[in-house]
Design a protein around this ligand. Structure first.
Ligand SMILES: [Zn+2]
Length: 482
């Protein structure tokens, strides 16, 4: 793997990508020569925290500065720091086992003057990983640092850094770089590397890197064997879904076609591709549509984008992100499938049903009451339903997944009436083998023949099921677990 990142690591404050808000403040500090002693750099990975720490270490120690605040990059001190050979710039990886020893060592040596430079700079990466003891040791040190010491703490997880530490530091929040900033730098580097990089391909890399300059460069490094990069060959090289798949999925979700969504997802997962990348690509596509719409109708795209982003956020904390994302997409399509359809009876009403409404009337019926007579509950303790659920559970797990999310409306003399949230569930229940099983179980429990009737209520609160349960139900129904 070629390390383009090492080769093109920013060498000056002005080369930091997307961190202008930090650069201004650091430069101001250097100009006024009021150097802080403890800094805390927080933000996503690959956005330049360690790079800025090294640039800062150089800037405060450079002896060859001509004018301005940038280090000369040529004096002995600059070169030593650049090459990681300076005895006065000490990098500690808090994630390593040696964290506590290194902090102890730091405390013992801190009082001694730097060997060659004006300041001894301690860069502590992933500082949130320090143990409690190590944090306490560090705290004592940064409470009263000697004039020659500078601490630069870097973290991707600010919330795990104790408040006592945070409050003693100058804080800088790093941002993900905007795609156009990363695109510009990728194009520059591609030219230097003799790679023909199409605009659209550069944008794909930037989007895939999610605002991380480092990730963008290592992605480009990974595919730099190909000297002519366009959107099509790049997608294949970095495992991005094709524009066609993205468009098909978006339209299947927007048009409420859960079966199409499920089969597209299934094919995608079976290819061994990352659904997270797929959903992000879908979100990027929605965002581009919104930005390019110039105020025209975004009533379909905007809510969809919001749902995709929420799903991604949720997936970040999920133990099974793939299933959660698949479920979210199917759920999104199911919701749209039912839009405007408040109530329908089964798509295939059994001949013995008492209702005298034709199928057409049933489909457009405005309320539950017109579909059937008010159900007479045979059992006010509700003993029928739990026994029924238990029996279904024993016989067929996939069917149970649907039935358990249904609402028990009641039983009449000859009918079992339940309500489901999605038309798709109703169709599933009326598949012949499912319906036979349901009616057979119902007969055993009620002691007489009951015919299944199913209402679709889009606003149904799926009983005891929380949203998560609903999602896992959807996954089970479509059998798209990995
Ligand atoms: Zn220098």
């Amino acid at each position: 793997m070629s390390s383009l990142y090492r080769k093109y690591r920013p060498n000056q404050f002005s080369e930091l990508v997307g961190q202008d808000h930090i650069r201004g403040s650091i430069e101001g500090m250097l100009k006024s020569n009021q150097i802080g002693h403890a800094f805390l750099f927080s933000g996503p990975r690959g956005t330049g925290k360690t790079t800025l720490a090294r640039l800062l270490a150089r800037a405060v120690n450079c002896v060859g500065k001509k004018k301005g605040v940038e280090a000369c990059g040529e004096c002995e001190i600059c070169l030593e720091i650049q090459n990681g050979q300076s005895v006065d710039v000490i990098e500690i990886d808090a994630a390593s086992n040696r964290g506590i020893d290194e902090i102890r060592d730091l405390r013992e040596k801190i009082a001694f003057a730097p060997a060659r430079s004006k300041y001894r700079v301690y860069i502590i990466d992933e500082v949130h990983m320090l143990t409690k003891e190590a944090f306490n040791a560090l705290l004592k040190t940064i409470e009263e640092p000697p004039a020659h010491a500078i601490f630069i703490l870097a973290t991707t997880e600010l919330h795990k850094v104790p408040e006592t530490i945070i409050s003693r530091c100058l804080r800088y929040q790093f941002h993900r770089a905007a795609p156009d900033k990363i695109v510009a730098i990728l194009k520059e580097i591609a030219v230097k590397e003799g790679i023909k990089l199409e605009d659209e391909a550069a944008l794909l890399l930037a989007e895939r890197a999610e605002g991380s300059y480092r990730d963008a460069l290592s992605l480009l490094g990974n595919v730099s064997g190909e000297k002519d990069l366009n959107a099509t060959n790049l997608r294949v090289l970095i495992g991005l879904p094709s524009a066609e798949v993205i468009n098909q999925l978006l339209s299947a979700v927007a048009n409420g076609q859960p079966k199409t969504v499920a089969s597209l997802l299934k094919a995608f997962v079976e290819e061994g591709l990352d659904v997270g990348v797929l959903v992000r690509s879908m979100a990027n596509s929605c965002r581009a549509q919104i930005f390019n719409s110039q105020g025209s109708d975004v009533s379909v795209t905007a809510p969809l984008l919001e749902e995709l982003l929420l799903a991604l956020a949720k997936a970040r904390h999920s133990i099974d992100a793939t299933s959660l994302l698949c479920a979210s997409l199917i759920s999104a399509s199911l919701t749209r499938e039912n839009k405007g359809t408040q109530v329908t009876a089964s798509s295939e009403p059994p001949a013995s049903t008492v209702t005298d409404l034709s199928e057409k009337e049933v489909q457009t019926a405005p309320s539950v009451d017109t579909v059937s007579a008010t159900p007479v509950k045979v059992d006010d303790s509700g003993a029928f339903w739990p026994s029924f659920l238990a029996a279904v559970h024993e016989k067929n797990h996939a069917l149970y997944a649907v039935v358990s999310s249904a609402h028990f409306e009641g039983v009449t003399d000859d009918k079992l009436i339940i309500a489901v949230k999605f038309r798709f569930y109703s169709e599933r229940l009326f598949e012949l083998k499912n319906r036979n099983l349901i009616e057979e179980i119902a007969k055993q429990i009620a002691g007489r023949k009951l015919v299944l009737e199913c209402l679709v209520k889009a606003d149904l609160d799926s009983g005891t099921n929380k949203e998560e349960d609903l999602l896992s139900t959807v996954v089970e129904v479509f059998e798209i677990n990995e």
